[in-house]
Design a protein around this ligand. Structure first.
Ligand SMILES: NC(=O)c1ccc[n+]([C@@H]2O[C@H](COP(=O)([O-])OP(=O)(O)OC[C@H]3O[C@@H](n4cnc5c(N)ncnc54)[C@H](OP(=O)(O)O)[C@@H]3O)[C@@H](O)[C@H]2O)c1
Length: 335
């Protein structure tokens, strides 16, 4: 595993981040639940493979159910608890953690948002669940029109001063918002965010010329989520291996433009991977890592084999022409 600076923070992180939105799971009494012991093993495996960066969120339950997401808070923070348990006993300085605030974590009116009131309460709860004294990278999970960016930035700066977080970032904000945050440094004595977290992959490239570009131009690190389009770019749905996949059990699984318009591109992509003697997921992750200096894919996995396969992507070196040719392979779908 190679390590590089997380944008201008200077913190050395692994080229790949391990994400905990979906963790290994099983069906118990007709209900899909996180398999805690497999999840802990998987996180430890990621650590053993050299990943030193783990991404979670206060709202993550390890299994996503959109139907009950806004009404059932029983399992809120379960992923944070599992991350904390898995990394307990390791030197705290040997890994970095990112977590998030904003999503609804309870039934009260102030159980969500980016207000100082909620953020202060949320960081305390996240730290309790993680059983840690500080979070390296804390982010606002989405925009909050009510709270205002000045307040959010100031609250994050206070948490930094108090040592509860080291750096803050923003996720799922518009490019316009990212620029507004960055401009705060000129008008207020506020430290701007150090990183963003957004969706970007070969198929879903809507943010390529907006958020990703703004981040690159301003040396912000970009944590890239769904780098495999939730498994589509790993060939999860083109090979006959879709059994027990996310698509099978998540009612609202986004199709990620999986359908006709992309099938031909996926087939060609598979051929290129074969010719290079790598897998589709390795090629898709490598493409991302070659697309920018500070792009860090957050990989999701529900099986050790997936993790082992994906980690090998960091050894793959692509020529400039190869990167460009892959970029244009999915052009039709991105028109
Ligand atoms: N900020 C946000 O709003 C936001 C949103 C989404 C995600 N995230 C973060 O980003 C992380 C990653 O997102 P993601 O899970 O969507 O990423 P992803 O890497 O695009 O998808 C991961 C899924 O792809 C399949 N997969 C992975 N490797 C495979 C392989 N080698 N062969 C076959 N299938 C493979 C698995 O699906 P199966 O589970 O079906 O086996 C795995 O769970 C999340 O855990 C979370 O930390 C953040």
């Amino acid at each position: 595993m190679k390590y590089k600076s997380f944008g201008k923070t200077g913190v050395k992180v692994s080229e790949l981040i391990f994400g905990t939105w979906y963790l290994p799971n099983q069906v118990i009494g007709g209900k899909r639940e996180v398999n805690k012991s497999s999840s802990i093993k998987l996180i430890k495996k990621a650590y053993d493979l050299g990943i030193n960066f783990f991404d979670t969120a206060d709202v993550y339950r390890g299994v996503y159910d959109r139907d009950t997401f806004l009404t059932n808070f029983e399992k809120v923070g379960l992923a944070e608890k599992i991350v904390g348990e898995a990394l307990k006993g390791y030197d705290r300085e040997s890994f970095v953690i990112s977590t998030k605030v904003m999503g609804k974590t309870g039934p009260l009116p102030n159980d969500s948002g980016a207000s100082r009131k909620h953020v202060r309460s949320a960081i305390r709860k996240s730290l309790e669940r993680l059983k840690m004294e500080y979070v390296d990278f804390y982010m606002v999970h989405g925009p909050d029109e009510d709270s205002g960016i000045e307040q959010t930035a100031k609250t994050m700066n206070i948490l930094e001063e108090e040592g509860l977080i080291l750096h803050y970032g923003i996720s799922n904000h518009s490019a316009h918002n990212i620029i507004k945050f960055l401009n705060l440094r000129y008008f207020e004595p506020l430290e701007p965010p150090s990183f963003i977290q957004d969706k970007y992959n070969l198929i879903e490239r809507e943010l390529e010329n907006t958020n990703i570009k703004v981040a690159e131009e301003n040396s912000l690190a970009s944590m890239i989520y769904s780098p495999l389009a939730q498994g589509v770019l790993a060939g999860r749905y083109t090979k006959d291996v879709s059994k027990d996949s996310r698509k099978e059990y998540e009612k609202w699984f986004e199709k990620n433009r999986l359908q006709e318009e992309n099938r031909a591109s996926l087939d060609r992509f598979n051929e290129v991977a074969k010719s290079k003697q790598v897998t589709m997921s390795q090629l898709a992750l490598s493409w991302l890592m070659h697309r920018g200096k500070y792009l860090f894919p957050i990989i999701g996995a529900t099986k050790v084999e997936q993790l082992e396969e994906n980690v090998q992507s960091t050894d793959l070196v692509l020529e400039r022409e190869e990167v460009d040719s892959l970029t244009s392979l999915f052009k039709v779908a991105n028109r």
